[in-house]
Design a protein around this ligand. Structure first.
Ligand code: MCA
Ligand code: AMP
Length: 508
């Protein structure tokens, strides 16, 4: 039987008694111990009737067992569908229906609220809590610790990862075994990962960054992770001296720089700091180097493509750039209107082609056709240029997207909810600079005739439908939305007008 992804991430670590996960309470889980849990879960999934290609949706807190569900899916040929724990029941219901998930694994606190919805969709409900307890692990604990690994081809679907769109609902990006494998191989090489590496893992495991980048790279190298439930700056400072690599979003680095106890000493045993998911301000890069002597490696990726570029391990890591295209990845800069290549050095749409690029959006052929060219180039929606030395610069976004603390937020989704309120005639949602999250969400709204807009009241109305991180920090009433001659709202005008709005005086 062959299953290349299982063999190269997990199977090759079988029998190893070295630590894979180091938990903050001092416990460790060896590679073998982890694979045992995964095999037990895979056996349970098979016993309840799941078959290769079935979708397993997972919305649970970070834990070793939650990560083992991913390994179990790879081993059993199931499609792993990770979901942000912040998603509301409304948001969840869409994903379950769209993906026709065979199973949904959730925290037991959510079980009752989801029973009806799961029954309607024909989805089996399992529970898994942050402490590893729940119906899933309880049933799995009675199963064998070996599982007959399912045969999979490199092109087989392995993960369905939802990503929001400028218009319409979220789209499930279909990632194959070879998408994930090729990227993991490339990154191990590019960042020189070995079995001696100890990665300080404080990212969530429901997105590409914490799951496919951090975890797959560590697994492929046979290394280990200090596996934290989330980002806690005191824990980061305590555990950094025991780590060799830190991987995070820019907020990790700005918070470290503001942390009183953060010194060059704390960072002296670390060989590599990596940043991505959002722009790392050149000031942060420079200040971090001044304080620690380390130049952070900034890289650029997407859910649809995994990682595309990285600053070099050896060679100049340039602040404000995302480095060179990774080996095997082609970057083309094109005219956003015509798709033709722009002259060298000019700004245009970043397009990407390579073994890392996904196969399309789940059940959305028209969206796939609009973003993935027949030539294999994926139109990223990011604007950039390649300089004379070959470094890629991201200079803006053609897509209407806000990135807050590494989470993507599409204004349209929030505007639709606000526009449905009786007191709102129309709204525009923008991102403004924020020292902690990079960008903060602000809503501007025009009141319906005879109404006034009260920020707190409007915010309480979005609470049930939108995940917490998407909530605007404030909803400001304005007389009119600025529009261009074609009637399109000029968000750049709004961003300029509200750039220095003082958010510190508002509740977070
Ligand atoms: C938490 N909150 C947020 C965010 N995170 N609000 C906006 N944006 C956020 N990112 C809310 C909380 O619910 C809380 O609300 C309040 O803000 C303050 O939370 P705080 O304790 O400060 O936050 P935290 O728990 O420390 O989290 C901040 C964080 C986290 C560590 C930056 O957001 C995070 O782990 N981000 C990483 C996201 C990520 O992995 N992105 C990769 C996507 P309340 O007070 O009401 O409870 S993959 C990707 O983008 C591509 C592929 C790539 O290139 O990597
Ligand atoms: P996601 O859809 O969550 O995969 O987010 C992908 C988007 O994050 C990209 O299209 C970029 O806009 C942004 N992104 C990721 N890494 C970087 C980076 N290093 N600098 C700027 N933007 C980035």
């Amino acid at each position: 039987m062959t299953n290349p992804l299982y063999d190269q991430l997990f199977g090759k670590n079988a029998g190893k008694t070295s630590p894979f996960l180091r938990l903050s309470d001092g416990r460790t889980i060896t590679h073998t111990g982890f694979l045992d849990i995964a095999a037990q879960i895979a056996n349970h999934f098979a016993k309840v009737g799941l078959r290769p290609d079935d979708r397993v949706a997972v919305q649970v807190d970070k834990s070793p067992e939650a990560l083992a569900v991913y390994a179990a899916c790879v081993q059993a040929g199931l499609v792993f569908l990770p979901l942000n724990t912040a998603y509301t029941l409304d948001e969840l219901s869409y994903f379950l229906e769209d993906a026709a998930a065979a199973v949904l694994v959730v925290d037991s606190k959510r079980e009752t609220a989801l029973e009806d919805m799961a029954a309607r969709q024909g989805t089996r409900l399992e529970t898994l809590n942050a402490d590893g307890t729940g119906s899933l692990t309880e049933a799995a604990s009675r199963e064998d610790r070996t599982f007959d690994t399912a045969e999979r081809k490199p092109s087989d679907l392995t993960a369905l990862v939802y990503t929001s769109g400028t218009t319409g609902r979220s789209k499930g990006a279909m990632l194959s075994q070879s998408n994930l494998l090729s990227n993991a191989r490339t990154l191990v090489e590019a960042w020189r990962f070995t079995s001696d590496d100890i990665l300080l893992h404080a990212l969530p495991i429901f997105h590409t960054h914490g799951l496919f980048v951090a975890t797959n790279v560590t697994l492929m190298a046979g290394g280990s992770m200090i596996f934290l439930p989330g980002f806690d700056i005191d824990e980061i400072a305590r555990l950094l001296p025991r780590s060799t690599v830190l991987m995070g979003v820019p907020t990790f680095y700005t918070r470290l720089l503001r942390y009183d106890g953060f010194t060059a000493d704390l960072a002296s045993g670390v060989r590599l700091f990596i940043s991505g998911s959002a722009p790392l301000l050149p000031e942060t890069h420079i200040e971090f180097e001044r304080l620690t002597g380390h130049k952070i490696i900034e890289r650029y990726g997407m859910t649809e493509t995994n990682m595309n570029t990285s600053n070099p391990y050896d060679g100049d890591r340039r602040a404000g750039t995302v480095g060179y295209p990774l080996p095997g990845v082609e970057i083309s800069i094109t005219d956003p209107d015509t798709g033709a290549a722009v002259p060298a050095g000019e700004i245009g749409m970043i397009e990407v082609r390579g073994p890392n690029v996904f196969g399309g959006y789940w059940n959305k052929p028209e969206k796939t056709a609009a973003e993935l060219r027949e030539t294999g180039f994926f139109i990223t929606g990011d604007l950039g240029k390649i300089d004379d030395d070959g470094y890629v610069h991201i200079v803006g976004r053609a897509k209407d997207l806000i990135i807050s603390g590494g989470y993507n937020i599409y204004p349209k989704e929030i505007e639709s909810v606000l526009d449905s309120l009786p007191e709102v005639l129309e709204s525009a949602v923008i991102g403004i600079p924020d020292a902690d999250f990079g960008e903060a969400v602000v809503a501007l709204a025009v009141a319906a005739p005879g109404h006034k807009i009260e920020s707190q009241k409007a915010l309480s109305s979005v609470r049930d439908s939108l995940a917490r991180f998407k909530h605007p920090r404030v909803v400001l009433e304005i007389d009119v939305l600025p529009r261009n001659t074609l009637g399109k709202v000029q968000k750049n005008v709004l961003r300029d007008r509200y750039a220095s709005l003082d958010l510190d005086t508002l509740p977070k």
